[in-house]
Design a protein around this ligand. Structure first.
Ligand code: SAM
Ligand code: ZN
Length: 405
């Protein structure tokens, strides 16, 4: 039976995954093109994030299959409740989903949506500040298996409370949408929030993920907890990281060994990963001798776990989502990226830097393979190549391909 609910703002009922949800009617809020309707509405709702939610359902189902026990999930920034509802309706082995929001309208709408889907026994929503809800669950028997932090902007204010509310071996998933600080447009904000110096390079989206992953693992380490990144990805206006934590000082110490810096030469585009020491302010490029700049400290370890991605891909083969084809492409790309080196070259940047015509991706990859290098495409950029070939070889390959045959 539907709960009585009379919102004082325009709404529509939509279907996503296996749930039906009442959401604000965005047509009433996107009046001029510059309006970002989702955040103008009294309750946040962004239909474009369906892809993000589909992937999350898939990743959490993969995690549940791996741990193979009943799981509890917390989504403390829930808005309409759509995400938490989908977890309860679509993930096998979910015992309970706890959600909350500070916005009263959100809570009312989420209460209604829970009833609309008949999920009152599994999903609850509280009118709570996220950190307060998480803190109420920081004692041993009250912790969650999975926490999903899906904020406006940065998740940093919630990471400490989230880590403390996770069980040993639990999964922390988090979104960040503050791409300007993370990509180096607002360097001071990146330093303040993520504790590192950003760098405006063609692979700044990867650096953004590495800053977020770095913040997650450093937060965990402060509580004597280690972490491993199982999956991460970037879409135009947000990034997402999935980290599996494990309790123990030694695990935390091992994790911190992967924090470091990425050095970049703006002259020849050479890069280096440094994990031990603070980069020498006068570090010189080993390829061209120019002074190098750096980004960090950030996470220099793996951003993708091929095995975890394999489990997600096998589940996605059931094609349960509207976005299954798009997800399959992302999983194929990230699966191949899993054991490839950090950072990628964007062919247009490379050709622009050396004043040569931009080559197609396929022949460039083939030339690198024929020369004995590892080279794969990256999900971060359709024109990006992740390779162990040095910058000098990239330049040489570009020149060779630019020659008339
Ligand atoms: C980006 S929206 C969440 C979107 C939702 N997870 C989804 O998939 O549609 C962020 C939500 O967090 C809520 N919020 C912001 N700060 C909060 C806080 N400190 N505690 C709890 N909720 C908060 C906002 O009211 C908003 O509804
Ligand atoms: Zn150089």
């Amino acid at each position: 039976m539907e709960a009585k609910f009379k919102p004082d703002f325009p709404t529509v009922t939509i279907s996503e995954g296996r749930v039906k949800v009442v959401v604000p009617d965005l047509k009433a809020y996107g009046v001029c093109p510059s309006d970002y309707a989702p955040s103008k509405a009294p309750v946040f709702y962004n239909p474009v994030m369906e892809f993000n939610r589909d992937l999350t359902v898939l990743a959490f189902q993969a995690y549940q299959q791996i741990v193979s026990h009943e799981i509890t999930i917390c989504e403390p920034l829930t808005a309409t409740g759509i995400r938490g509802l989908r977890f309860a309706a679509e993930i096998h082995g979910v015992k309970r989903v706890e959600t909350s929001d500070v916005n009263e309208h959100s809570v009312e709408l989420a209460v209604h949506n829970i009833a609309l889907n008949g999920l009152q026994d599994k999903v609850s929503v509280k009118h709570r500040e996220a950190n307060r809800l998480l803190s109420e669950h920081s004692a041993p028997k009250k912790r969650f298996d999975i926490i999903d932090i899906d904020p406006f902007g940065t998740p940093i204010p919630h990471l400490d409370a989230a880590v403390k509310a996770l069980r040993n071996n639990g999964l922390l998933a988090t979104t960040a949408t503050d791409m300007a600080p993370l990509c180096g447009v607002h360097a001071k904000a990146c330093l303040r929030k993520y504790g590192g110096k950003p760098l405006r390079t063609e692979y700044c989206h990867e650096l953004a993920v590495r800053f977020l992953a770095g913040a997650v693992v450093q937060t965990a380490a402060r509580h004597n907890i280690g972490a491993r990144i199982l999956f991460s990805h970037c879409n135009e206006h947000y990034i997402r990281v999935y980290a599996r934590i494990s309790y123990g000082c030694q695990r935390a110490d091992e994790t911190l060994r992967h924090l470091g810096f990425i050095l970049h030469c703006f002259k020849c585009l050479h890069r280096e990963v440094v994990t031990k020491t603070f980069p020498d302010a006068a570090a010189m490029c080993s390829e061209c001798g120019s002074k190098m700049d750096y980004a960090g400290p950030l996470w220099t370890g793996a951003l993708f776990d091929a095995q975890f991605i394999g489990v997600m891909a096998a589940m996605n083969a059931r094609r349960a989502f509207r976005n299954s084809s798009k997800i399959a492409k992302l999983l194929a790309l990230t699966g191949a990226e899993a054991d490839a080196p950090a950072t990628y070259y964007v062919l247009d940047k490379l050709s622009g830097r050396f004043g040569l015509p931009a080559p197609a991706v396929a022949p460039f990859l083939q030339a690198l393979h024929e020369a004995g290098y590892k080279a794969v495409q990256t999900h971060f950029s359709s024109r990006g190549i992740r390779t162990n070939a040095p910058a000098s070889v990239m330049q040489k390959t570009l020149r060779t391909l630019a020659q008339p045959t």
